[in-house]
Write a protein that binds this ligand. Structure first.
Ligand code: F6P
Length: 356
């Protein structure tokens, strides 16, 4: 059973939870190398919290993490699994941890994983969080790793769609991920020169979108590029007396997250119906989460990983490491789990300058 006494020498467990993203391996490498440097034993938990519940744990040493800084995905595997929903979840986790005498978990993940870390802490299992996600929506950190890579991939996609849009005089819609925030859409939209950016934080009337496209036509631009976040809020206010928000069918994953995707196809149908133009939509999907991380994400993941181990060494658990300004710091998990980090007005307005 893990104990929280101040004098204990931590024996670490490392987990990657939730969706994968570029930079996870860079973070794992940093944690394992730093732990080795500080003389701390470290175990890898396989397949996220599922492995914690099932006891799939193995010791890691620096050789295990050699040559992975540039590799996408996670060598530990991951899952969207909530052990607390399972029978005797906490008891089984404690038993598995005590088999290896692990007394501190370093959990790399998004807001779902931070919430899980907070809950485990409350059950007496010391945890430190490292924020990652392409969505960049974790509260308390300016950026999460994975985001920069996703933005680069989405920006390249916009550049490529641009040529087709221009050649065929089409409206091109690119749907990007981001869950309930529009960070990827906003950043890639700005970088790719989008004519409109639709995000969850801002209700966007269909009438305004049509005005943008028509205004561009008048200027002699017979194509438009629209970037839409998967949970964007579109107000259907054309040809109706009762404007309503566009609805996409959604299921739920194990963390209780809504499963999103497909809004661009609904928008395509709406625009086709109301404009005499060719409209095409592309869903970028999991391409955004795959492949090699950018240098920026590798560096961020590495910095966060090192500080997480330093905190563990000092027994400062119940915290998440975070980037604030250009400094790596840490904040209590209790603060992190309260809210999502939404796109701010300032950055969205930068994109808006170029609408239409
Ligand atoms: O949180 C990262 C993310 O890629 C979201 O942008 C997206 O909505 C979701 O994960 C997809 O989840 P899954 O991998 O479970 O399909």
């Amino acid at each position: 059973m893990p104990n929280k006494s101040k004098s204990r020498n931590p024996i670490l467990g490392i987990i990657t939870g939730g969706g994968d993203c570029p930079g996870l391996n860079a973070a794992i490498r940093a944690v394992v190398r730093r732990a080795d440097r500080l003389g701390l034993k470290i175990y890898g938990v396989m397949q996220g919290f599922k492995g914690l519940y099932e006891g799939k744990i193995r010791q890691l040493n620096p050789l295990d993490v050699s040559g992975i800084v540039s590799v996408g995905g996670t060598i530990l595997g991951t899952s969207r699994f909530n052990p607390l929903k399972e029978p005797r979840g906490i008891a089984r986790i404690k038993k598995n941890l005590s088999r290896y005498r692990i007394n501190t978990l370093i959990n790399i993940g998004g807001e779902g994983t931070m919430r899980m870390s907070h809950q485990l802490e409350e059950h007496g299992i010391p945890c430190i969080g490292i924020p990652k996600t392409i969505d960049n929506d974790v509260w308390g950190t300016d950026f999460t790793f994975g985001f920069d890579t996703a933005v680069s991939i989405a920006t390249e996609a916009i550049d490529r769609l641009h040529t087709n849009a221009e050649s065929h005089n089409r409206i091109m819609i690119l749907e990007v991920m981001g869950r309930h925030t529009g960070w990827i859409a906003t950043y890639s939209g700005i970088a790719g020169g989008a004519d409109a950016i639709l995000i969850p934080e801002k209700v966007f009337p269909l009438s305004r979108l049509m005005e943008i496209v028509q205004h561009r036509k008048k200027m002699g631009k017979h194509f438009s590029i629209i970037v839409i976040a998967e949970d964007a809020k579109i107000l259907l206010d054309v040809g109706t007396k009762k404007p309503t928000l566009m609805q996409t069918p959604m299921g739920q994953d194990e963390y209780g997250h809504l499963k999103l995707g497909g809004i661009s196809q609904l928008l395509e149908i709406e625009l086709r119906q109301h404009l005499k133009m060719e409209v095409r939509s592309t869903i970028l999907g999991y391409v955004q989460r795959g492949g090699s991380p950018t240098a920026h994400d590798r560096v961020l993941a590495t910095r966060l990983g090192i500080i997480a181990v330093d905190l563990a060494k000092k027994n400062q658990t119940g915290r998440m490491v975070a980037l604030q300004g250009n400094k790596i710091t840490s904040i209590p998990l209790t603060q992190v789990v309260k809210k999502l980090k939404l796109v701010n007005e300032e950055i969205y307005k930068v994109g808006e300058v170029f609408f239409g």
